[in-house]
Design a protein around this ligand. Structure first.
Ligand SMILES: Cc1ncc(COP(=O)(O)O)c(C=O)c1O
Length: 509
């Protein structure tokens, strides 16, 4: 095992030392007056800006073109991304985005469209939105979909607003949403944002929703049950059909967080399981790029009961081609309104459709097979090194606890920091909260056996080093990143990192 951190301290590491240097702000570089472009002086005109002319220099940085290029390239190289290496961040599905999708998205007929173009000039684009929607409906077995939401959490909000509109329409002002502790954190946040009181449902010994407690808490005040499936422990909710039945018997709607659909695609149709509403993260399952707050895309598939309340706009086909229903009044249904500018993240629909069509239905089935196989391979190789809190097998991600690190002075956080020096993005740490010192590893279906093996070997090596008592090495890690250890004392004191729900004592190590 190459120990890059040790090699560095012994002076034999041959990485790009330049990247470890501090990068000055662009404002600290160059000199005033220097410029990358020569613009002609604007013709003199009196009172051009109506009295709002600049009174003093505004201090823009002066750099030549190569200086600008190098500055931003150096900054980009300090970043770690899926194009740089293995990125097993649990619950995030950081997988390779095939470049063919990018190529298609840049075709002039798609990339150069403007959302305000007359509908008659964008018939192909509307057809594309509709075709993408069709694939999502077929894969999920659901009759309707709204393509508008710009991210998974945005999709959750749209889903719950659709549910609220349906309930209001039948004069049913329910106030609570039930969310299992094994659900993704955005679920309770969304329910609260939508104005609902959130009631938690504990996980049972199997890491799944405690069905008996769910049944107890379901009553005529519950608007929806929100279940993440597979859940954040990387486990399939085996009782999903029972949950759907109980939810419907209570007159509530069943929301499924489908962000982890890459574990199911081509194998299970949520529509067959009794789900009313489910968002899909195109930037996870369907391989479009992730972005901080965008450009994600989170279409929501809907049951017959919810479809009329979905937001505008949506595409309809008439004798003269495709048109857009833009206003609630123009709709046959009862849309709750508009949630997003224009028609959603069109560029993401292009990429997702390119992905689906290039893989085909059999290829998409392989996606879920490979995602689950990769995670179970890691589970098999690491189960003697780290504790697996819930019985195997897992779905697309595997969860370990920190029990085997107990007494070594090394924590989950230290493991994550040491991984950075080994050239890996760490797994998700301290999430889900149902397990102490959680390490949630999601390898995805696009990683090779070699890179997974390399990660596993590193994890084993670090665990041995922790057991051998090399605590200082861990506490000082990372050594090679542009920023060394940040102020973790604040994080260590952070009660969230030490907290686990009282009801989950059985899972505490
Ligand atoms: C299970 C689950 N639900 C919801 C979300 C939220 O999606 P987004 O980050 O697109 O808002 C994520 C994000 O990865 C997720 O993993």
């Amino acid at each position: 095992m190459m120990d890059r951190a040790m090699m560095d301290r012994e002076g034999t590491f041959t990485g790009n030392r330049g990247l470890e240097k501090e990068e000055p702000l662009i404002f600290e570089q160059g000199s005033p007056g220097k410029t990358a472009v020569d613009l002609p002086e604007p013709p003199a005109s009196k009172n051009r800006l109506g009295g709002l002319e600049r009174r003093a220099p505004i201090g823009l940085p002066g750099l030549s073109e190569p200086e600008v290029v190098r500055h931003y390239l150096r900054l980009s190289q300090k970043n770690y991304g899926i194009d740089t290496g293995f990125y097993p961040l649990g619950s995030c599905t950081m997988k390779h985005n095939p470049r063919i999708n990018e190529k298609v998205a840049r075709l002039p007929g798609l990339g150069d469209l403007h959302p305000l173009q007359p509908v008659s000039t964008v018939q192909g684009a509307l057809e594309l939105i509709d075709t993408c929607a069709h694939w999502l409906k077929v894969l999920t077995g659901m009759p309707a979909v709204t393509m508008n939401p710009a991210a998974g959490a945005h999709g959750e909000l749209v889903g719950l607003m659709t549910i609220r509109a349906a309930l209001e329409d039948r004069g049913d002002a329910r106030k609570r949403v039930l969310v299992p502790e094994s659900a993704h954190g955005t679920n309770p946040a969304t329910a609260a944002m939508c104005g609902y009181a959130v009631q938690s449902i504990p996980a049972d010994d199997r890491g799944r929703v405690d069905l008996a407690i769910l049944r107890e808490r379901l009553d005529s005040d519950v608007a929806a049950v929100m279940v993440t499936n597979p859940n954040t422990c990387g486990l399939f909710e085996n009782d999903v059909q029972e949950i759907a039945k109980a939810t419907h018997e209570a007159g509530a709607f069943f929301y499924c967080d489908g962000a982890n659909f890459n574990a199911l695609v081509g194998r299970v149709r949520p529509g067959d399981l009794g789900i009313d509403c489910m968002h899909l993260n195109l930037h996870k399952t369907f391989s479009t790029p992730h972005g901080g707050g965008g450009p994600g895309s989170g279409p929501v598939v809907l049951s017959e009961a919810l479809a009329p309340y979905a937001p505008v706009p949506y595409v309809v086909h008439g004798p003269d081609g495709a048109t857009l229903v833009e206003k609630p009044d123009d709709s046959d249904g009862k849309p709750f309104g508009r949630i997003k500018g224009f028609h959603g993240q069109f560029g993401m629909f292009v990429r997702a459709l390119s992905y689906m069509m290039s893989l085909g239905s059999d290829g998409l089935r392989d996606v879920s097979g490979d995602a689950v196989l990769s995670a179970n391979y890691i589970l098999a190789r690491l189960q003697d090194t780290f504790r697996v809190p819930f019985p195997a097998p897992c779905m697309h991600e595997v969860l370990f606890s920190d029990r085997t690190l107990k007494g070594t002075g090394v924590t989950t956080l230290d493991m994550a920091k040491a991984l950075l020096d080994e050239g890996f993005h760490p797994m998700t740490v301290y999430f889900p909260l149902v397990v102490n010192g959680a390490m949630l590893v999601e390898p995805t279906e696009t990683e090779s056996k070699e890179s997974i093996d390399s990660f596993v070997d590193t994890m084993k090596h670090l665990a041995e080093r922790a057991a051998a008592g090399d605590v200082k090495f861990f506490h000082d890690s990372p050594y090679l990143t542009p920023r060394r250890r940040l102020d973790e004392t604040t994080a260590a004191r952070n009660p969230i990192l030490r907290w686990h729900p009282p009801s989950l004592d059985h899972a505490a190590e």
